[in-house]
Design a protein around this ligand. Structure first.
Ligand SMILES: Nc1ncnc2c1ncn2[C@@H]1O[C@H](COP(=O)(O)OP(=O)(O)O)[C@@H](O)[C@H]1O
Ligand SMILES: [Mg+2]
Length: 349
């Protein structure tokens, strides 16, 4: 089978298990993001794939070959680290050539390969610069060129953009994604930044505590999270404590009765999950949920409300679609509603 397959991968450090029986695949040409909070085992997993950390158990197959015991330099992988890890005393071109030298690419082939890799990341003009003469974004593009020059079967990216400022990060995310799709690169990226994962990856694998919580497309994870960890980690979500009564009703811990998806079975204790942008403020709707504005923030493209329903506070995001939309003052009495399918019932953990 082509692509990457990870089977029952485990890692223990001094009897502490930090990666638990991990199973995941990256299809040929696919980009998968390992997403989770700091310390959940993302980098350890990636380093085991790269060959920098020895697994305590399980197998790693790349294009059908078990590479679990292979030294890093023999694996057909290219890796980009969080810190640019360029050699400061070498030019851009020499940094990129270094990877080729390590892989024993014949000297005569190297200049053309270096030029091609720098061209891919639009850094050809700066080939003779030293790393200190480059911005953070440029340095990270060189690091990417160095990983790509070896023409790897698998590209591994460990938080490659977290040292860049927010605006630049957004640009480079799109650049890498476009390049990955154009070249059909099989890629595994590690990040703790959910937006980065959503922008860049075909599929996301959500990790917590060394285990996979859920894997799926961005849409699947956002719209059908299987637990409250995933619901809260991918996008923003109101999580309301209470119990599902079945038949499309949920009773909050404070006693309010809220509509929910009618296929949800009775469940106690449970959490109701509603995305802030799915909540409508509609004072004309007599059947709405009575609420009160507890806070409001004008964010330009959106208005963020904190609303109170009988002692339960929710976040509501409204698009500022029509210019000059007025922000409702604190304490305004309002009624809320949401499509019942947007209110999912999840087990309380
Ligand atoms: N070399 C090591 N020795 C001991 N513990 C480690 C080592 N590397 C990582 N860990 C521990 O393993 C866990 C996972 O770390 P890591 O994979 O770096 O997480 P992430 O990349 O998701 O932030 C953490 O608890 C970390 O402290
Ligand atoms: Mg890490």
């Amino acid at each position: 089978m082509q692509g990457l397959q990870i089977e029952n991968l485990e890692k223990n450090y001094n009897d502490v298990r930090v990666v638990h029986g991990l199973n995941l695949t990256v299809a040929e040409g696919e980009m998968v993001a390992l997403l989770g909070p700091s310390g959940c085992g993302k980098s350890t997993t990636l380093r085991m794939v790269a060959g920098f950390v020895e697994p305590s158990g399980g197998r790693i197959l790349l294009n059908g070959t078990d590479i679990s015991g292979m030294p890093a330099y023999k694996r057909d992988t290219g890796m980009v680290f969080q810190s640019y890890a360029l050699f400061p005393h070498m030019t851009v071109a020499a940094n990129v050539a270094f990877g080729l030298e390590m892989r024993r690419v014949p000297k005569s082939e190297r200049p053309a390969r270096v030029a091609a890799a720098l061209d891919m990341v639009r850094m050809s003009k700066l080939a003779d610069r030293m790393p200190r003469q480059l911005s953070g974004g440029q340095q990270q593009r060189v690091a990417l060129a160095r990983a790509l020059a070896v023409n790897p079967a698998l590209l591994l990216l460990d938080e490659p953009l977290s040292n860049l400022d927010a605006k630049l990060r957004g640009e480079v995310q799109h650049e890498i994604r476009t390049l990955q799709q154009r070249l059909g690169l099989t890629t595994l990226i590690v990040t703790h930044d959910q937006e980065e994962a959503l922008v860049m990856a075909d599929r996301l694998v959500i990790m917590e505590g060394g285990r996979i919580r859920q894997a799926g497309t961005p849409r699947e994870l956002y719209e059908e999270p299987s637990d409250i960890f995933v619901a809260g980690f991918v996008g923003r979500c109101n999580l309301i404590e209470g119990e599902s009564q079945g038949g499309g009703w949920f009773r909050t811990a404070n006693g309010a009765l809220l509509p929910c998806i009618d296929t949800a079975p009775a469940l106690k204790p449970a959490m109701l999950a509603v995305r802030p942008e799915h909540i409508n403020i509609d004072n004309e709707n007599a059947k709405g949920i009575p609420a009160r504005v507890a806070g409001a923030a004008y964010l330009g493209s959106q208005i963020e409300y904190r609303v109170d329903i009988s002692g339960t506070t929710l976040t509501v995001m409204r698009n500022n679609a029509t210019t000059g939309e007025q922000v409702l003052p604190v304490n305004t009495a309002i009624t809320l509603n949401w499509p019942t399918t947007a209110a999912r019932v999840l087990p309380r953990q």
